[in-house]
Design a protein around this ligand. Structure first.
Ligand SMILES: [Zn+2]
Length: 313
């Protein structure tokens, strides 16, 4: 194969793999905020499951008022196999189209989130492999894309940002800083001072500062807001999410994410409140959704791809 043929093949494979990862993300988005295992049982239709529980006289209880369909983990494991989705009805994007967005058994509508998350993850994986080749650098951005897509839709649906993806993402960012090193503002300064010798050490320092400094700053801002205004301005999940973004994209990427995410969140949130006639005092903006979209934009178009060393590593 020529170089171009190889890149095209790798891009197609990455896109297909992204569809599968997107399918897994859909499971995580539903189960992690409900503290359910993402491994067992296999995928099931929530509305078939609700029907089975109702028939058995088991009420769907809710620990958290925000969760109308929170399910007890034990009952979930017991009843889910009977509500299982067959493999041929669980093919990313394709099954949704063939089934015309409805469950084969109960006919309930399947959320548009399912094919959207799958398609989005597939396109992002293909994009990064197309631009960076089949490299560790591309793997790093694919992992980052999966984390952001997961967080965007978790926050949109449940107003929760699971620690698995925020704190887990921060540590993955540190690992990739060593595996696929990059230079940035701080590693450059430290290198000039002769402090962080070597590309990997400098890259790790960059990821640590990028992860902790912007996140620490907005945490402090939120704490101050709470002291002065006496109401919560920012969820701690957003702070942890920004730490993950900074560990992957460095300090410039994290700053770009905060600025873009805040502006987009303020504008779109304001429009939403006006159009829907929501009460501005009690409306809770899924800020993580905007942070995630801004972080993906930064990774695609911002300096996430600039200063990039690792193409040949
Ligand atoms: Zn069903």
């Amino acid at each position: 194969m020529t170089g171009t043929e190889w890149t095209i093949t790798a891009t197609v494979l990455a896109g297909l793999f992204g569809l599968l990862i997107g399918s897994f993300l859909n499971v995580c988005i539903y189960r992690w905020p409900r503290d359910l295992s993402v491994v067992r049982p296999r995928s099931c239709c929530p509305s078939c499951l609700a029907g089975l529980l109702e028939k058995a006289g088991i009420p769907l209880y809710s620990e958290d008022a925000e969760f109308e369909e929170a399910i007890d983990a034990g009952e979930f494991a017991r009843f889910a196999p009977a509500a299982r989705i067959a493999w041929y009805d669980n093919i990313p994007v394709l099954s949704y189209l063939l089934l015309r967005g409805r469950c084969r058994r109960c006919g309930a509508a399947i959320g548009w989130r399912y094919p959207l998350v799958e398609a989005l993850t597939g396109v992002l994986f293909a994009w990064f492999v197309w631009h960076l080749g089949p490299t560790l650098a591309a793997l790093k951005f694919c992992v980052f894309a999966a984390l952001m897509v997961g967080l965007v839709f978790s926050d949109l649906e449940t107003l929760l940002l699971p620690d698995e993806m925020t704190i887990g993402g921060f540590f993955l960012g540190l690992v990739f800083a060593v595996l696929a090193p990059r230079t940035g503002l701080f590693s450059g300064i430290l290198g000039l001072m002769g402090m962080a010798t070597g590309l990997r050490a400098g890259s790790l320092v960059e990821a640590l500062i990028g992860g902790l400094l912007p996140a620490g700053t907005i945490w402090f801002g939120g704490w101050l807001f709470e002291k002065i205004r006496g109401k919560e301005g920012l969820g701690f999940g957003d702070v942890k999410m920004l730490a993950a973004v900074g560990a992957f994209l460095g300090i410039q990427g994290a700053l770009m994410t905060v600025i873009l995410g805040s502006v987009a969140g303020a504008v779109i949130g304001w429009i939403y409140i006006k159009v829907k006639g929501e009460d501005a005092g009690s409306y809770q903006l899924p800020f993580g959704t905007f942070l995630g979209a801004a972080a993906l934009y930064s990774a695609l178009a911002g300096n996430g791809l600039l200063n990039w060393y690792a193409r040949g590593v």
